[in-house]
Ligand binder design. Sequence first.
Ligand SMILES: Cc1cc2nc3c(=O)[nH]c(=O)nc-3n(C[C@H](O)[C@H](O)[C@H](O)COP(=O)(O)OP(=O)(O)OC[C@H]3O[C@@H](n4cnc5c(N)ncnc54)[C@H](O)[C@@H]3O)c2cc1C
Length: 186
Amino acid sequence: MYDILVIGAGPAGASAALIAAKSGKKTLLLDSNQSITKKAWIENHYGVREITGPALVELGQEQAKKFGAELVQTKVENIEKASEGLRVDTENGSFEARHVILATGLFTDLAEKIGVQTKSGTEPRVKTIVDVDALGKTSVEGIWAAGGIAGKSLHTIIVAGDGANVAINIISELNGERYVDHDVLK
Ligand SMILES: Cc1cc2nc3c(=O)[nH]c(=O)nc-3n(C[C@H](O)[C@H](O)[C@H](O)COP(=O)(O)OP(=O)(O)OC[C@H]3O[C@@H](n4cnc5c(N)ncnc54)[C@H](O)[C@@H]3O)c2cc1C
């Protein structure tokens, strides 16, 4: 049983997985390798002079793995309630988790299939998004959403920040108190 399972390893999902794994939560990151970030050339990500999209995605995934997140390349086909938590069915088997984060970018097929509440997007060229509350919770207990799929402005720094924010909200709920992750310069 994973504490936090993240679907989508673009900037939103990998950032969420990085924070979750670094906090000590058992974290799984599932990805179908269709990130739109891989088409980008990026010069507006704070703290990074310039980087290719593929390099940013690879670096983010490596950072998440460094802290213990497991990354599996597969497509998620369904999510169902399990006796405890949620069961996530993929092309390559099933996984169970207490919390699931949808970070599927512009892909809404999974969200629509599992019946989380959706609504019209407001960002350019984004038709449908998952309806989330201020914490990132969807209409289904245990399922959260972050980044492009949650209607955030399609910029790597914004979706990565949102993924981190949603992960911190889940960790805080699991711990029963607000979570903060500060390393201090030695
Ligand atoms: C051509 C182009 C140029 C851009 N230039 C810039 C720029 O200069 N600066 C900037 O800030 N932003 C830029 N962007 C936007 C930026 O790339 C997006 O804001 C950002 O990628 C969205 O991140 P995300 O994590 O929400 O989605 P994505 O990066 O798309 O990641 C979603 C992930 O979910 C996975 N997924 C989807 N469905 C499933 C499923 N069922 N099972 C498993 N995995 C699934 C996909 O494979 C994908 O890896 C650009 C975008 C494009 C297309």
